[in-house]
Design a protein around this ligand. Structure first.
Ligand SMILES: [Zn+2]
Ligand SMILES: [Zn+2]
Length: 438
């Protein structure tokens, strides 16, 4: 039983078979099909028998689509465990014994319509340029780069250092394996607190870097790792250049002032990193909104709870028929202000606005919501091992602790974890709604 999933199942047939005023992208269409079929006879299932009370039970298969509100719970728990695993038999410690930082990069409002039109391109460019900017600034000697005094004896290194410093002033990015001093995990949520389009990047970064001379450079401050303004300037210059090369027709639509202002990088001290991993896990495998935030979902409107970014106060939002037009492409702060201003339902088109916002966060095919950079990249195991050696990470191999029994084997009649699979349920025919839309 899921409020939001049941609401989507009720609305989906009308959208899949509806008039052309409700156009869907192929990815959104696939998402609605998956949500309609999730945990229904259409996907088949398993029949169980309880070893304790001898009752029979059955369960339908999940769709595992990234936009499905029923799915993703197990993936979220597994990702969190992988990132925070400490000293198990198979994994080395993932979190290092250094202070962690959370960097958040945001795009200007003017770029959001472009992101909505070509999400697969813009998301990839944003990921690449933001990671490159962080590595570029980290490579500068006064931040985390190699020791300047040591490098003055080396003409090539000294020249590279000067050009990096000049590049920082001009906001011009540099790239290269040698500059990759940081290890980072980047996560890309596309939604704001009220489900409006608000693509931004979170980077979980251990507080230090691996210098080119093979030493570990500890973070110099406790509140931020790198200067946010300098990183934002390099991201802005990198995105300008990358978009001009990748899609000149889109670049021509971006207002000129977008390349001067509206780029921000915020830093947050994240302690041991464990809490921030748990916080970001929800963006990796879950969709834009979950049942805990839904207060009411009717055929006319959906009311949900959110937290105001500025005041941290808990608010309620009910989208109205006008919200989509007025709030499209606008920033979170303005959207929240308007959402609070019209916080009561007006007519039945609020449901349509909610659906439009929900579908705008269906990820394009093959889009990664999480990426690993620098020495945290899966292909950089040797550099990762070097960092762990420098930080004297002690790896203790312990006997595997007894894991709790899988939740899906719990008998709903007697509560014992004693279900045994006896046979498979074959897949049923598609639902009526699916046949109509095919
Ligand atoms: Zn599902
Ligand atoms: Zn039982």
């Amino acid at each position: 039983m899921s409020l939001i999933a049941d609401w989507l199942v009720r609305q989906a047939p009308a959208w899949l078979t509806g008039p052309p005023t409700r156009p869907l992208t192929p990815a959104q269409r696939r998402a609605l099909h998956a949500i309609l079929r999730c945990r229904t006879p259409a996907l088949g299932g398993h029949v169980y028998r309880c070893g304790a009370c001898d009752d029979a039970d059955f369960a339908y298969h999940s769709c595992h689509h990234r936009a499905c509100p029923r799915c993703g719970g197990a993936g979220t728990a597994a990702w969190t465990a992988r990132q925070t695993a400490r000293q198990t038999a198979r994994q080395t410690a993932r979190l290092l014994p250094v202070p962690y930082f959370l960097a958040t990069c945001t795009l200007p409002e003017e770029l959001r319509p472009i992101v909505a039109a070509r999400p697969e391109l813009l998301h990839a460019l944003f990921f690449r340029e933001a990671a490159k900017a962080l590595q570029t600034i980290a490579a500068i000697p006064r931040h985390l780069g190699a020791d300047g005094a040591r490098q003055r004896g080396d003409g090539r290194a000294s020249g590279a250092t000067r050009s990096e410093a000049q590049g920082e002033k001009r906001g011009r990015p540099r790239s290269g394996r040698r500059d990759e001093q940081l290890g980072m995990v980047g996560v890309l949520p596309t939604w704001g607190r009220q489900l409006q389009l608000h693509p931004h990047l979170h980077f979980i970064i251990p507080g230090g870097g691996l210098a080119p001379d093979g030493t570990w450079r500890q973070a110099k401050r406790s509140d931020w790792l790198l200067p946010g303004d300098a990183v934002a300037a390099v991201v802005r210059a990198g995105m300008d250049e990358a978009l001009r090369h990748a899609a000149p027709e889109l670049h021509a639509q971006v207002p000129a002032r977008c390349w001067r202002e509206g780029w921000w990088v915020h830093w947050l001290s994240a302690g041991t990193g464990e809490n921030v991993v748990k916080y970001l896990a929800r963006y990796v495998h879950r969709t834009a909104i979950s049942d805990e935030r839904i207060l009411a979902a009717t055929n006319e409107s959906v009311t949900f709870r959110y937290t105001n970014t500025a005041t941290q106060a808990r608010k309620e939002c009910t989208l109205t028929a006008d919200d989509g037009a007025r709030q499209r492409g606008e920033g979170e702060a303005r959207s929240e202000a308007e959402g609070e201003a019209n916080g009561c339902p007006h007519g039945g088109r609020g449901a349509e606005q909610f659906m439009r916002r929900y579908l705008s966060h269906v990820p394009p095919p093959s889009q990664h919501r999480v990426r690993y950079f620098g020495w945290m990249h899966p292909a950089a195991k040797a550099r990762r091992l070097k960092v762990e050696t420098l930080l004297a990470v002690v790896i203790v191999v312990r006997a595997k602790a007894a894991e709790p029994p899988p939740w899906h084997l719990c008998c709903r009649h007697c509560g014992e974890f004693a279900l045994v699979k006896t046979c498979n349920l074959p897949r049923g025919p598609p639902t009526c709604a699916l046949r109509q839309s095919a």
